[in-house]
Design a protein around this ligand. Structure first.
Ligand SMILES: Nc1ncnc2c1ncn2[C@@H]1O[C@H](COP(=O)(O)OP(=O)(O)O)[C@@H](O)[C@H]1O
Ligand SMILES: [Mg+2]
Length: 318
């Protein structure tokens, strides 16, 4: 089996951010900013709507990503609609994180067009690109909190980067965001190393929500959490989606999350989005990886637990 879904209870490397109080360096290169992709893609100004009445907020066409001789994506197309929770699944190393990073401009594709809110970020001048960047938030795979900053300071990083606000206002906003993700106010003064895995994920989410984004990108948000913590995190995402009208782009291995909160699923395989659709659509697929993933023993447990919910969701998505 190439890439069985991970056990939720198996701890992931959540504690890589050992305390470094003397530095403001990001723990993970994921948080690096300032990648300025080249402006050489053709214009696709007709791209905001795609023939039906749902608004396309992210449109990927003909994406190619290559590292040395390793082609990760080729001819990858994907649409993400406003207000949906889209689950991205695929075997380990199929390029889920690279796809996410390409969309948010941290990875420069070899070929293809990516538009977010109808704008091709590679073609935008710096200032306009930065303005678009304030309209999304990202929770990276390892949480990627700055270990030398408190949780409240972490939440304020995007505000410092993009807004000019007095400190007391930023403190107030950080307090609101803590409440939003279900963290106690005391957590604001803690360093990431003092938090549990679940609390770190919530703190990362609070930072992703700092600028009241329209889209949040989540890379394996429930990996490493115990089933109860994972389920609570799922419910939080669902609640935020409903109350804030968020669009959620979620890379996940978690079949429970797929059942519980995803409106649509896109499968990365063979270097592209091989299929996309509802859970019900996934269950009909014959592709070996997809069959193994959605019909394996863990899938059966998740499906039994959710019972008819998959059917209901499939209907609701129509
Ligand atoms: N910056 C990079 N340089 C070289 N190879 C990379 C880089 N980023 C990702 N890769 C490779 O691309 C493939 C896809 O990676 P990734 O998107 O992280 O997979 P996953 O689907 O597990 O998230 C992997 O083989 C990985 O080693
Ligand atoms: Mg990944």
């Amino acid at each position: 089996m190439a890439d069985a879904p991970k056990e939720k209870t198996r701890p992931e490397k959540l504690d890589t951010d050992t305390p470094r109080p003397d530095t403001l360096e990001p723990v993970s290169p994921d948080t690096e900013k300032g990648v300025s992709p080249k402006a050489d893609a053709p214009d696709r100004s007709d791209a905001a709507h795609d023939g039906d009445d749902r608004e396309v907020v992210i449109q990927v066409r003909g994406l190619k990503n290559q590292f040395g001789s390793q082609v990760v994506h080729e001819n990858l197309d994907l649409d993400v609609y406003r207000g949906e929770v889209l689950g991205i699944v695929g075997g380990s190393g199929t390029g889920k994180s690279v796809l996410l990073r390409s969309i948010v401009g941290l990875n420069t594709p070899a070929e293809g067009d990516i538009e977010v809110f109808g704008q091709n970020l590679r073609k935008l001048p710096d200032e306009q690109r930065r303005a678009v960047e304030t309209r999304w938030g990202v929770l990276f795979q390892e949480g990627a909190l700055f270990s030398g900053l408190t949780v409240a300071q972490n939440i304020q990083v995007p505000m410092r980067e993009h807004l000019h606000l007095p400190q007391d206002l930023m403190d107030q906003i950080a307090a609101v965001k803590l409440g939003l993700v279900g963290l106690p106010q005391e957590a604001g003064a803690k360093f990431p190393s003092e938090l549990s895995g679940g609390m770190k994920k919530r703190a990362g989410l609070a930072r992703a929500l700092a600028l009241d984004p329209e889209i949040v990108f989540l890379d394996e948000p429930t990996a490493g959490l115990d089933p109860i913590g994972a389920s609570a995190f799922d419910q939080l995402i669902l609640q935020l989606k409903d109350t804030m009208g968020l669009t959620v782009f979620m890379v996940t291995h978690d079949l429970d999350s797929l059942h519980a909160i995803c409106d649509r699923i896109a499968v990365l395989a063979e270097k592209r989005v091989l299929v996309e659709g509802s859970m019900k659509d996934m269950l009909k697929q014959d592709h070996p990886w997809i069959r193994e993933y959605f019909h394996g023993p863990r899938a059966r447990a998740a499906t039994d637990a959710w019972g008819d919910k998959a059917d209901e969701k499939a209907k609701a998505a129509r």
